[in-house]
Design a protein around this ligand. Sequence first.
Ligand code: PMP
Length: 396
Amino acid sequence: MFADVKPLPPDPILGLSKLFVDDPRERKIDLGVGVFRAADNTTPVLKAVKIAEQRLLERQATKAYAPPAGVPGFVEGAARLVFGEDSPVLRDGRSAGVQTPGGCGALRVGAEILRRLEAGTVYVGAPTWPNHAPLLTEAGLKLEMIPYYDAQARAIEFDGFIAAVEKLGPGDVLLVHGACHNPTGADLDRAQIDAIIETADRRGFLPFVDLAYHGFAAGLDDDAYIVREMARRLPELLVSYSCSKNFGLYRERTGALLIVGETGERAGAIQSHALNVARGMYSMPPAHGGSIVAEILQSPELEAKWRDELAHMRDTVKANRRLLARTAAEMQLGDALAYIEGQNGMFSLLPLSEKQVLAMREKHGVYMTGNARINLCGVNAGNVAHLCEAYRDVTQ
Ligand code: PMP
């Protein structure tokens, strides 16, 4: 069976990291892989996480299986962060959830449920995070791209987006990024979100919100606006939640699929399918990351510490955005990169062709993904001038 199988090419993003490591040039800059990095280029374990881990280590008495819906307190804690302290959805008991292996696990479990429900097509604005395609289509769903962002104009094409959304109907699914759009950094404003909700209400399609950078745009409450408004104004909603970035738990594979139904009974029925889907794929989620999050969210002192650390990560990325936009202006690039300052999260798209992306890498040692996505965490006072010079060289 294996004899004639040709190997697949390496993953382009992971391949990029290797090229960067092997590059001997001192002035090289890594704007590739999507993890948070501090000014010293490290991705440290958060202090709140370390303390929670120490407490767990002392207390843990068994490695027996965790419950299929996740470790106690995790889903409840995530739901409180997402829906809000005094959420009507929580008060009315209209939500349910399961812990999943990261946001990827939540997207995949959600996709499997949608296939069971014989959902029509999932629509998502282009460009989107490349992994959305396999996570959804390998579950058997159809995925269609609709307009979202114009890289040359450096702006959301909302007219095209909402015109496409207007054509969706019952049985269709709209996948939307909750905050900190990956790869563009361009988030919908509140008026645009309200217009989508009004359309969903009228047309009857199901929104599926992918919230993977909660707290990185404006804060935990502001970033959840889209989810809270949808939960308030629409009967049904799915949310894929990731704790990879905001708790820095990447390798612990910690996330949740949150379900809002018209009634608690309906949400519970979908939850039973989520558990059944998970049973057929991996049985139950890894416990450690969920236990850490539950430990933090059940201790006011640890939660305050974590909120401070999250705010610090958010401020770091914002400062890097400002640094790049302003240095570009000072270096006679005009307002070519001014848009970056107003965007959210770790990523932005540069308006560069594939050839220019290659020239950035080969000529200047500046590494970004092939679609010209940059991770702003890689920008600092020591390399920003070189980055702007390289940009000027490949574009002028
Ligand atoms: N959605 C988006 C848009 C993402 O960028 C990511 C992480 N790169 C995820 C979901 C999934 O994250 P994870 O599975 O690592 O929690």
